[in-house]
Design a protein around this ligand. Sequence first.
Ligand code: GCU
Length: 451
Amino acid sequence: MKSTFLVVALQLGLALPLLAVDSFPDVAQLPAQAALPDPLVMTNGQRVTNQREWFRQRRPELKALFQHYMYGTLPPKPKDMHFSVDRVDKNFFAGKATAKEITISLGNTPAAPKIQLLLVIPNAHHTTALITADPSGAGALRGPGPTATAAPAMPTTFPVFLGLNFSGNHALVTDTNIALPVTWMPKASPGCVDNHATDAGRGTQVESWAIEQSIDRGYAVATFYYGDVEPDRPDAKEGIRAQLKLTNEMGAIAAWAWGLSRAVDYLVTDKDINPRRIAVVGHSRNGKAAALAAAFDDRIALAIPLQAGCGGTSPSRGKTGESVRNINERFPHWFNGEFKKFNDEPERLPFDQNCLVALIAPRPVLFSCATEDAWSNPAGQFEVLQAADPVYRLLDAGGLDARQMPETSTLSVSRLTYYIRPGKHSMTKHDWKVFLDFADQQMTGAIPFTR
Ligand code: GCU
């Protein structure tokens, strides 16, 4: 829908009341802005000067803009969604952990998509042994505040990393009991035959996820195959987007983010999980989804989008790395129809990805990059964090302390953190070590989500 009044106001910088959620100018009428837009300047040109204006006005406005012009609208959770805990193995990783396999049915009909969630939780006796052995090393177990010096308490709930995986839960561990995904899978996935997972894929991504390392550091890990929610192809009819028959188109990135929130719906009910310490993590396209999920779901306490690049953590503006046109042409199903109108003029976007990070404020965010991953524009990702920083400062949440891109392999933690390692586009055990170090420092206390 057009609003001539809004267009004129945008061009003149007039003071306007809040942007009505359904009144959006055509793309051609949006003013071009070469620099990353200031998240603290509202569509009506007014500057946000206090926390209340941020939470009451600008944040809802940005959420509406992102949904309209880029990701599509994220629907509420289905009323008839339900969970079933299908299998519990208390002797996972030779007794260090408990594995649960949970089905999250996204509706009551036989065709409704189902998330097969794998949740691996440290066993309390294992983590107690860890604290006793090294009270300073098991950061997640210390709880809020300074390092505990008294006798360690038996942890009762655990922080959790939640992330989408590319090739099925069975690929992340060697245990042969883990269920194979049943939905369509891209041919290149390890062990994939006729676009479906087979036993040949088991254990092929153990190193990328390094789940046992997280268990040893006192964190649970929850994960599911991203295609459970929405198959990664343009013509999918069996995914949530077709099933929900949405009037306002949701792209696949938003569908995956929405799926992460459905997993959070389950996690907050699990008695072994600390509902205030749910971190999302994701690599590449799944990192784009992780960032969006954290921006829209306030229950997520911390976000780590890894090498997420265009449409996630790097600027849509500029000429470095993947462009808006590149991503829309190669993956037409990832974003909505409006986003394609920015192919040749990304500078007309009324936001950039710094505004997505700002939606996560005051919660901690780590951007993790790799030097050879030019496609995801590592330098641009640093600029995105810099341009999100003012919102964190407004919320008294710290921000990005680094003044320039850190040296490779140097983790210097602040509420917004940038890390870059040598190497290629991939997720590694080393990356997970950095995630754990970041979470140890940033997810130790309840981070109040002030409004
Ligand atoms: C492609 C795509 C990227 C994406 C990546 C991935 O390279 O262009 O935007 O991040 O795939 O998901 O691995």
